[in-house]
Design a protein around this ligand. Structure first.
Ligand SMILES: Cc1cc2nc3c(=O)[nH]c(=O)nc-3n(C[C@H](O)[C@H](O)[C@H](O)COP(=O)(O)O)c2cc1C
Length: 161
């Protein structure tokens, strides 16, 4: 089984993330817990850091969740590097596949969200869940939103929505 995978079935949900701190790690864990909810069947969840995810990872997946910090009013350099790497090799092949997004920042995530949306629009991915924007300290509601994000995209990938 590939690193970061939980084997459950025939479809694959790829979680590509830049996780740089304990808080962002908590968000990733909540997204993964939702994606791996035992009530969702037939989906293998793969979690790959943005600096390691490849075009093959993207082509082999049926849907995506992207996670990033806001950095200088943009997505993280790591997630940008990921998109720079996979955009042209994956163009056309991934059109219509579902995606979700979470962004964590100190006070302003708007530019980061816009930057990701421009690229996934170019790739013709289909937004499958409300974008989760998080600023300030984490609390139970933030963790719940991340859980729901992971679960919603996983259910979509499974064909259940
Ligand atoms: C170089 C740098 C640039 C940043 N730029 C932004 C920004 O534009 N907007 C924002 O809301 N947060 C910004 N942040 C805060 C990060 O998003 C935040 O530190 C990250 O999500 C991790 O959260 P934590 O430090 O609470 O663990 C920046 C942080 C760094 C180190």
């Amino acid at each position: 089984m590939a690193p970061g995978s939980s084997e459950q079935g025939g479809k694959t949900l790829l979680v590509v993330h830049h996780t740089s701190s304990p808080a962002t790690r908590e968000l990733l864990e909540s997204v993964l817990a939702g994606a791996r909810d035992p009530e969702i069947s037939g989906v293998t969840v793969r979690s790959v850091p943005a600096l390691h995810a490849t075009a093959v990872d993207v082509l082999d997946a049926d849907g995506y969740v992207f996670g990033t910090s806001a950095n200088f009013g943009y997505m993280s350099g790591a997630l940008k590097h990921f998109f720079d790497t996979v955009y042209y090799p994956c163009l056309d092949a991934v059109a219509g596949r579902p995606y979700g997004l979470w962004v964590h920042g100190n006070n302003d995530t708007a530019g980061a969200v816009t930057s990701v949306r421009k690229i996934v629009t170019g790739m013709e991915l289909a937004q499958a869940a409300e974008i989760v924007e998080i600023t300030g300290p984490l609390d139970a509601s933030v963790r719940e939103r991340c859980y729901e994000l992971g679960a919603t995209v996983a259910v979509t990938v499974s064909g259940g929505l």
